[in-house]
Write a protein of this length. Structure first.
Length: 237
């Protein structure tokens, strides 16, 4: 079924963030469920990967919070509820990850380093990398991943802004054309009103002339009748 936000104005980018968030969320849950079964360096690497996934999920949630302002007001209550659920999930993931990290640190402390239960794999030691170097490398990789994701989101936002600008320019051009058409129609109406006014004046002049001619005709007829009566009267006198 089609998500209503995909067709709503301003909802397309929000839907893409939400779909990406759900993928990251599924990956994060899988990592958190796998960590208790790991020991030593694999467990440490899994914790770092889960931390990066959690940071990415938090960033996506922040992006959705920003894009929420572009969603129609009649759909915001449902969106707000979904965002609250996502925020609650992230809080739960943070607590679980913190608990797993504390457990890993305790196991490393009481395990006695390389001789303990959670000692690092000897193959990792052969790489010549200390724990501090591994952690620094993971932090650099995490920062690079976040930078790449932020760049991709900025590009997506820029593309959406360019598309919105193009739509605005097209709408502005259409409005300008409609304005020109309205102005032309107004001029035609004004010319038509001028023609109508002149026609009315002409008709009024013709009506006055007809009335004058009628009066003249009546006067002539009256004079003729009076003359006839006078001639007849003079003959019988």
């Amino acid at each position: 079924m089609t998500n209503p936000l995909d067709t709503a104005p301003g909802g397309e980018l929000f839907s893409s963030y939400e779909a990406e968030y759900k993928l990251v969320q599924a990956d994060l849950v899988s990592k958190l469920d796998t960590i208790p079964e790991l020991h030593g360096e694999p467990r440490k690497a899994a914790l770092s990967a889960a931390e990066r996934a959690l940071e990415e999920a938090s960033e996506l949630l922040d992006q959705m919070q920003l894009e929420k302002q572009n969603i129609p007001s009649d759909q915001r209550p449902r969106v707000n509820q979904r965002l609250r659920n996502f925020a609650t999930d992230i809080d739960n993931y943070k607590r679980k990850l913190r608990s797993l990290s504390d457990e890993h640190r305790r196991s490393q402390h009481f395990g006695g380093g390389a001789g303990g239960r959670y000692a690092d794999n000897p193959n990792d030691a052969e790489r010549g990398l200390s724990d501090a170097q591994l952690e620094q490398r993971q932090q650099l990789l995490s920062g690079t991943d976040r930078l790449d994701r932020s760049t991709q989101r900025l590009r997506a936002s820029q593309a959406l802004a360019n598309e919105t600008e193009a739509i605005g320019a097209s709408t502005l051009a259409n409005l300008h054309q409609q304005r020109a058409q309205i102005e032309h129609t107004t001029m035609v109406l004004q010319e038509s009103e001028g023609y109508v006014d002149r026609s009315v004046k002409t008709l009024k002049g013709m009506a006055r002339r007809m009335a004058t001619n009628r009066l003249i005709t009546i006067a002539i007829i009256t004079i003729l009748v009076l003359l006839i009566i006078a001639v007849i009267f003079s003959k019988f006198r």
